[in-house]
Design a protein around this ligand. Sequence first.
Ligand code: SAM
Length: 275
Amino acid sequence: MKNKLEELIKGNRLLQVLHDKVLDSKFYDEGLNLKIFNYILSYLESRPENEITPEKAYFKFIKSYNKDMKKFAETKKYPLEIDENRATPSRYEYDIILLFSCIFAAHRFRIMQLIDSNSNSIDNALFVGCGPGLEIELIKSKIKSIVAYDFSLDAFPQKQHPKVNFIEEYFDGSDTSQKYDAIYLIELLEHLDKPYQLLENCKNVLDNNGKIFLTTATNIPQFDHLYNFESSHKEFDEKIKDLGYKITFVEDIPHQSLTLDIKAKNRFYVLERNN
Ligand SMILES: C[S@@+](CC[C@H](N)C(=O)[O-])C[C@H]1O[C@@H](n2cnc3c(N)ncnc32)[C@H](O)[C@@H]1O
């Protein structure tokens, strides 16, 4: 018998096409797909019935993102540069966008895969901008203790991960009493107007042998992005070195688009202290 999510995909042509593209992608992995499916199913079960349906929330996002891509192609401007009062989705809608994109967009699937494959036996982990908590779910069995920040937290990740210390605040690195051997900044830096300040703050709490796992975003005109990292990342790489980090892993993750190619990509980095 098919579960609710499989039924949803089977009954909708666009979702089927998008998911098939993930299944056909170079890095597809059945085990990871199943873990993500199960987490999304738990999320859907936790929501009240009277909200906008998940597929409607996701299609609303795709439609507005397509419009933003067109505007970006013409103007090179991000939505918030065009309209600083741009409306943002509710936490529920945002969580659906984040979760669904992991099974309907190959770049998000790959990001989750890289988080998993690069993480090994961690004592203390810090997640900044944890959203609905999928990355925590994927690797929590490899971590002894977890602190997770997000300035807007839903009840769901807190219920799913009762052992995690969730903090509904902006992380500024001022509490140096706790050091971490792994810090995750996944799809976060592009949301900040001062991303390098956050990386500097992370140094205050990064263990001597610790690692930072992060992504950057290039040419992704999402409604809430503030910072566009140039494609070459020359400036980023220089600033990282100036801050005292070395790069130990890097991978470009290009986006596939059914409509317009605006050379959108994420880049996944692992950083360590340059002691
Ligand atoms: C694009 S989402 C990524 C969520 C999650 N890491 C993922 O990849 O699914 C960015 C998240 O960071 C949170 N966020 C953005 N700016 C933040 C800040 N300055 N401090 C803490 N959280 C922030 C948002 O609320 C959102 O949940």
